[in-house]
Design a protein around this ligand. Structure first.
Ligand code: ZN
Length: 394
């Protein structure tokens, strides 16, 4: 056995899983995290989804199935791996970290994933919201540019109708008072171009008054410029792709679901399809930035160093793209995690109830003055000009 509880450090946990970072010397686990299942509401019920089932569903839906092939490389990039956990290890891990979380001792497997955050005591973490975090590790020695990672949870990336003022995220955040002040909406990264997109990126990463670290300020500015290039010119960017696959078809629009529909054998395909869409509406996206110091040694990327344009980019794949910014070379690498299958039998009533509340409260439409702009995503220019005064006076 090569798994020892004292070589793992607690990182974080959600409702269903906890994540541990490897701090030992075994090269097999170096720069990786271990994800284990927690004791939860459903851990002893028939609707419990085990780590092995999560792993199989990721493989079947995102790796083997060609219909989602545009997402495949973002997922394969994690090097996810199923490993059997000896009982003695799980018990030791449970005892060591019992103040942080309650591990499910009945689980036989855990999932190993590459650690995208590479955090240490020199990492500056900025939490802009529950859905957006920035990690800057100023000790990484890729020239004078630190390793930076953006973690985002973009949730629902589409708008059902042009007639609503808000997308599902903005409507939901307003209803639940999760966000009371308008900051930005992930849909803006899909819809906005040019100066509007620049403003969105400014709003996403405001420079805080207490930030007196030049490396942090300068590198955030460079990252914003690279992100501008990525979202402005790349129609196959990760958020566009997620948005495309998340859209419901008439068969799986949540408000259309009924007991009869959910129990019918004939609707198995539509229900599986909905499950996949709900998974895609809850993923985490990591965008890692680093400087390429020795371009000659980085043959994989094969940059055209003679190019004189201010931003020049070259894609290795959709998940890894090199950029030239002010005569320096950078790389961004994008990964998709948290692709857990949903417990559809237990959850669809909750999803439908939330959707009904949003519609009943008119949260997709009513204007909230505290929320800043009267709408979250760009309407066609003429419609926006006409629509906004009418709504405000109403
Ligand atoms: Zn929105």
């Amino acid at each position: 056995m090569d798994l020892f509880a004292d070589e793992w450090e607690y990182l974080d946990n959600g409702m269903a899983n906890a994540v541990f970072k490897y701090v030992g010397n075994n090269t097999k686990y170096l720069h990786r995290v271990l994800r284990v299942r927690l004791i939860g509401q459903h851990h002893q019920s028939a609707s419990y989804i085990s780590t092995a089932e999560v792993f199989d569903s990721i493989h079947a839906s995102f790796v083997a199935d060609r219909s989602l092939c545009n997402l495949r490389e973002y997922i394969v990039n994690n090097n996810f791996e199923l490993i059997e956990l000896p009982t003695v290890f799980t018990e030791a891990l449970t005892n060591t970290f019992k103040n942080h979380c309650s591990i499910n001792l009945d689980e036989r497997y855990g999932m190993l994933i590459d650690n995208h955050l590479v955090t240490n005591e020199h990492t500056k973490k900025t939490k802009y919201s529950k859905f957006l975090k920035l990690f800057i590790n100023t000790t990484c020695d890729s020239g004078d540019f630190p390793l930076m990672v953006i973690e985002m949870k973009p949730k629902w990336l589409y708008k059902d109708s042009i007639d609503t003022n808000y997308c599902r995220n903005c409507a939901y955040n307003r209803m639940t008072k999760k966000i009371t002040k308008k900051c930005f909406c992930f849909n803006e990264l899909i819809k906005f171009k040019d100066s509007n997109l620049k403003q969105t990126l400014k709003n996403m990463f405001p420079i805080s008054n207490d930030s007196n670290n030049d490396i942090v300020v300068d590198s955030t500015e460079i990252a914003k410029n690279i992100l501008f290039d990525y979202f402005n010119y790349n129609d196959k960017n990760i958020l566009n792709m997620l948005s495309l696959y998340q859209r419901p078809t008439t068969h799986n629009m949540i408000l259309n679901l009924s007991e009869e529909f959910m129990n019918s054998e004939n609707n198995k395909q539509a229900i599986n399809d909905l499950n996949l869409k709900m998974t895609l509406r809850d993923v985490t996206v990591f965008i890692k930035f680093y400087r390429i110091v020795d371009t000659a040694g980085y043959l994989l990327i094969d940059l055209d160093t003679s190019s004189s344009s201010s931003t020049y980019h070259k894609a290795v794949g959709h998940h890894q793209i090199a950029y030239k910014w002010q005569n320096r070379f950078y790389c961004i690498e994008i990964s998709l995690v948290d692709l857990d299958l949903k417990d559809i039998a237990g959850k669809w009533r909750q999803w439908k109830a939330k959707e009904s509340s949003l519609v009943a409260g008119d949260w997709y439409n009513t204007i909230d003055v505290h929320y800043g702009q009267p709408c979250c995503v760009l309407l066609p220019e003429n419609e926006a000009k006409e629509a906004i005064p009418t709504i405000l006076s109403g």
